[in-house]
Design a protein around this ligand. Structure first.
Ligand code: PEP
Ligand code: MN
Length: 337
């Protein structure tokens, strides 16, 4: 149930409403828009208290959200959500690029790649310290040591850091070192992990699962938001289809669909979306043209030696060229980069 307040509602009146919601055993979710304040009272059978709130002077009207996801829905919040990560804003007209290796491999290489991608215009460094690998025999990541190297790369370059938390007990640890907590495709429906990320103060980058529908994906975002963390960035990274000419099928439909259904920012990862270096630049451009708020791209100076995802990593020069080519595309759709 959504309680829309009158423009004249005072702070005291707002506080009285949130207090009442809490007394009734629900959690108030407040969205302060430019003109109106909306308070979400979300939970099982909240609508039975409709009249309690309708009787309040400060309340303009009450409505229901039809969609199963509530806080993530456009109905709850009309304006696009802008997530401010240490001064870098995601969800404005400026497209934000996150780049780096698939995995943090050692201190020198992460600092080297960070320096290169920063020079090309990336704002956020990516790199996994905890790696969800299909095979238990593949490199599993450096763990906390990798997080420390990422933090050192941030110090050296000023780039922000996004890295994956694979398990519930990684969340606090990752939040200690990183600026954005990534939840990977394989964990998009790990509800305990989502709840834990929902308790964190750090923004969450939520990848789409390889077989999650957009509705399920938004419900996963809802798990994070309903636990108190509204800073969710969605990331389309390809889904599994019958097609096997590429690693995944990059579902760019998701971009306009998410923009319609949700106020959350959405970025695209064409590296995992295609799995093949040759196609990444084309699909990165298509993502921007489709309205994505940003990109996540894997870059490695020696893909043949990469400990994971070498075949889908751009060389630094290719990344640099792509960043230049993206600018006019961003401009053509009313964005900057
Ligand atoms: C990654 O970003 O390195 C990764 C493992 O991606 P995904 O979860 O999309 O497979
Ligand atoms: Mn990867």
């Amino acid at each position: 149930m959504i309680i829309t307040l009158k423009a004249s509602a005072t702070k005291k009146e707002k506080d009285a409403i949130t207090k009442k919601i809490e007394q009734l055993g629900y959690k108030p979710h407040i969205s302060e828009g430019a003109d109106v304040t909306i308070i979400g009272m979300i939970g099982e059978r909240a609508e039975r208290y409709r009249e309690v709130f309708e009787a309040m002077d400060a309340v303009d009207h009450i409505s229901e959200i039809e969609k199963p996801y509530k806080l993530a829905s456009r109905e709850f919040k009309k304006e696009n959500t802008v997530i401010n990560v240490g001064g870098v804003k995601i969800g404005t007209s400026e497209v934000v690029v996150m780049a780096g290796p698939c995995a943090v491999e050692n201190k020198e290489s992460i600092i080297n790649i960070a320096t290169l991608v920063k020079k090309s215009g990336a704002k956020i460094l990516r790199g996994g310290a905890f790696k969800p690998r299909s095979s238990p025999y593949s490199f599993q990541g450096l763990g906390e040591e990798g997080l420390k190297y990422l933090a050192q790369a941030r110090e050296k370059t000023g780039l922000l850091v996004v890295t994956e938390a694979m398990a519930q007990d990684h969340v606090k640890l990752v939040a200690k070192y990183a600026d954005i907590i990534q939840i990977g495709a394989r964990n998009v429906q790990n509800y305990d992990l989502l709840k834990e990320a929902g308790k964190s103060k750090k923004p969450v980058l939520l990848k789409r699962g390889m077989s999650t529908t957009i509705k399920e994906w938004l419900l996963s975002a809802e798990y994070i938001m309903s636990n108190g963390n509204y800073d969710v960035i969605l990331c389309e990274r390809g889904i599994r289809t019958f097609e096997n000419a590429t690693r995944n099928t990059l579902d760019l439909n998701a971009v306009p669909v998410i923009k319609k259904l949700s106020h959350l920012p959405i970025i695209v990862d064409p590296s995992h979306g295609t799995g093949i270096r040759e196609y990444i630049a084309t699909m990165a451009k298509a993502s921007i043209a489709a309205g994505a708020d940003g990109l996540m791209i894997e870059v490695h100076p020696k893909p043949e030696d990469a400990l994971s995802d070498g075949p889908q990593s751009l060389l630094p020069d290719q990344f640099n060229k792509l960043m230049k080519e993206l600018k006019p595309i961003a401009l053509a759709v009313g964005r900057t980069l």
